[in-house]
Design a protein around this ligand. Structure first.
Ligand code: ATP
Ligand code: MG
Length: 466
C-alpha cells in the first residue's frame, strides 16, 4: 500500500480539558477522548491542510515521507493561524490528522474484519454492515460529516480523483482490492454515503458453496462439467447475490493450457490458471477524458487471441461483443448480469443490445442471444440471508419468436422454520441428456455429467416420496 500508517491511534490519557462538555457523539474506535475545542482546532487545521496539499501526490509517497510532508504543512498552518498549542498537543494533533489522512479513521476496525461482506456508511451517524448475508447496524460513528468526507477524499485520492460538489460521485478501490463507491452532498442529502464491497482474499470455492447449502453436491458436479466443457455461460442474479463469487468458482475448472482474458470494472476475479490476462475499465478523469469502457475492453480482447473471455459484469452494449465472441470460436466465455430469473437474464441481454444503438431487428438480436448463450445459472440472496443457486437453465433455441429454455436444476422454496430460516430443496428436473451432452463427451466429462444427473434425480425422487 505504501501508505501504511498506523491504523488506529492508541488513546492518550488526559487529553480532555476538565469542565469541557464531552463530545456529543458516542465513542468510536478511534475518537472517544477529545473535547469540542480540540475538534474545532483540528477541523480548522485539517481544512487548511486539505486545501494546501495535493492528495494524489501524497498518495504516491511512502508512509514516513507522507507523514513528514503533513508535519511540515501542519506546523506551518499552526504558525499562520496563530493556534496556541504545546509541543505535545501538536504532536498528538499531527497523529490524529495523519490517521485521518493516511488511514480510514473509524472504518479501520470494520476493514480489519474478515467476516464482513459490505460496509455501508449513510452519513456520519449511521453505518451498517452485512455479515452472513444479514444487514446489521453498527455503533461506528464518524465525528461529523467533514471527517467522513475527508476519509472518502483520502480513499478516492489513491486513484487520483477528488470528490466534492462539482464531482460528487466516484468509484474507487482500496489498496486491498475492496470496491468503493462514494456519493457526496448535494446528491446524497444526509451527508456522504460510502459503500464498500470488501475484497475476500480467499474466494469461496464450489465445495464451500456446497457446504453452505448454496447448491447440492450433484448440482456442483454439473457446474464443474459446465466450466470445463467450454459451455457459454451467463451467471444471473441480484445485487450482492453472489454472481462474481460463482463466476470465480466456474473458472476454477478451466484447463491450464487455455488463454483466458478477463474484463472487469474493478478486478475481483481470481483465476488460478497460468495463462490469464486481466483487463480493467477506466472511468473518465476530472476533465471527462480518457474513459475506457467495458465495450472497448471486450472489443480489444478479440484482437488478443483469447480462447475464453470472462466479463465481470455485462451491463451495456458490450453484451453484443461478448455474444459475438461466444459465437465465433471463443467457446466457454462467461459473464454475469443483473436479473431475477434466467428468462429475464436473456431478455436483459437483448435489451442491452437494443439500447446500445445497434440497428438490428429484434428477432435477429434474439436469435443471436439464443445462438450464443448455452446456460444461465441463476443465483439469489434469499430473505433469510442465505444464498442459493436457484436455477441451472439451458437455452434450447427458438420456436417462432419465443426463446425456449429448459431447467436442469431448480431450488424449490417450501416454507420457513421457527427461527425464520427458509426451508427449501434443490431438485433435478429429470432431464437425462442436456443439450451440452455432446460437448461434455468431447471433453471427456460425460461420465461425471451422467453420474451427477442420475444422482440428482435419485435424490429428487427420494425427496418426492418423503
Ligand atoms: N454462496 C454464498 N454463501 C455465502 N456467502 C456468499 C456466497 N456467495 C457470495 N457470498 C458473499 O457475498 C458477498 C457478495 O458476493 P459477490 O461479490 O459474489 O456478489 P455479486 O452478486 O457479484 O455482487 P454485485 O452485484 O455487487 O457485483 C461476498 O462477500 C461473498 O463472499
Ligand atoms: Mg459482482
Amino acid at each position: 500500500m505504501g501508505l501504511g500508517a498506523p491504523l488506529t491511534t492508541a488513546p492518550t490519557p488526559g487529553r480532555r480539558i476538565p469542565n469541557e462538555p464531552s463530545p456529543p457523539l458516542a465513542p468510536t474506535a478511534t475518537d472517544s477522548r477529545h473535547s469540542e475545542a480540540y475538534y474545532e482546532v483540528k477541523g480548522t487545521i485539517f481544512g487548511a491542510l486539505i486545501e494546501a496539499i495535493d492528495l494524489a501526490q501524497l498518495a504516491k509517497l511512502d508512509a514516513e515521507s507522507a507523514r513528514e510532508e503533513i508535519r511540515d504543512i501542519v506546523n506551518e498552518i499552526v504558525a499562520i493561524k496563530n493556534v496556541v498549542m504545546s509541543i505535545s498537543e501538536q504532536e498528538e494533533l499531527l497523529d490524529d490528522i495523519c490517521n485521518d489522512v493516511l488511514g480510514y479513521g473509524p472504518l479501520e476496525p470494520l476493514l480489519a474484519r474478515d467476516d464482513i461482506a459490505d460496509i455501508m456508511v449513510n452519513g456520519s451517524g449511521t453505518t451498517y454492515i452485512e455479515v452472513m448475508g444479514k444487514i446489521q447496524k453498527t455503533g461506528i460513528r464518524f465525528r461529523d460529516n467533514q471527517q467522513l468526507l475527508n476519509i472518502c477524499q483520502r480513499i478516492v485520492s489513491q486513484i487520483g480523483r477528488r470528490v466534492d460538489e462539482s464531482s460528487p460521485i466516484c468509484d474507487a478501490r482500496l489498496p486491498d482490492g475492496s470496491r468503493v463507491n462514494v456519493i457526496v452532498p448535494p446528491l446524497s442529502i444526509d451527508g456522504p454515503a460510502l459503500t464498500i464491497r470488501k475484497f475476500k482474499k480467499d474466494k469461496l470455492t464450489l465445495e464451500q458453496l456446497v457446504r453452505y447449502g448454496t447448491i447440492t453436491h450433484e448440482g456442483a458436479e454439473i457446474l464443474k462439467v459446465i466450466g470445463r466443457s467450454r459451455v457459454n455461460t451467463i451467471v444471473s442474479g441480484g445485487t450482492g447475490s453472489g454472481k462474481t463469487t460463482l463466476l470465480n468458482c466456474l473458472t476454477q475448472f478451466i484447463d491450464d493450457d487455455e488463454r483466458i482474458i478477463t474484463c472487469e470494472d474493478a478486478a475481483e476475479l481470481q483465476l488460478q490458471q497460468p495463462h490469464v490476462v486481466r483487463l480493467e475499465t477506466r472511468p473518465p478523469n476530472l476533465e471527462g477524458e480518457g474513459q475506457v469502457t467495458m465495450r472497448d475492453l471486450v472489443r480489444n480482447c478479440l484482437r488478443m487471441r483469447p480462447e475464453r473471455i470472462i466479463v465481470g459484469e455485462v451491463r451495456g452494449p458490450e453484451a453484443f461483443d461478448l455474444l459475438q465472441a461466444m459465437n465465433t470460436g471463443h467457446d466457454g466465455s462467461m459473464g454475469t448480469l443483473h436479473a431475477n430469473n434466467p428468462r429475464e437474464g436473456l431478455s436483459r441481454l437483448e435489451s442491452m443490445i437494443t439500447m446500445g444503438g445497434f440497428s438490428l431487428p429484434s428477432r435477429t438480436i434474439r436469435e443471436m442471444v439464443c445462438g450464443s448463450v448455452d446456460v444461465v445459472v441463476q443465483v439469489a440472496r434469499l430473505r433469510d440471508g442465505s444464498r442459493k443457486i436457484t436455477h441451472i437453465t439451458e437455452v434450447m433455441g427458438m420456436e417462432g419468436d419465443v426463446v425456449i429454455t429448459q431447467d436442469l436444476f431448480v431450488y424449490d422454496l417450501m416454507g420457513e422454520d421457527a427461527k425464520g430460516n427458509l426451508i427449501g430443496r434443490h431438485r433435478s428436473t429429470g432431464i437425462g441428456r442436456p443439450r451440452f451432452w455432446d460437448r461434455a463427451r468431447y471433453y471427456g466429462e460425460e461420465k461425471r455429467l451422467a453420474a451427477a444427473l442420475d444422482a440428482a434425480e435419485a435424490v429428487s425422487s427420494e425427496l418426492g416420496k418423503s
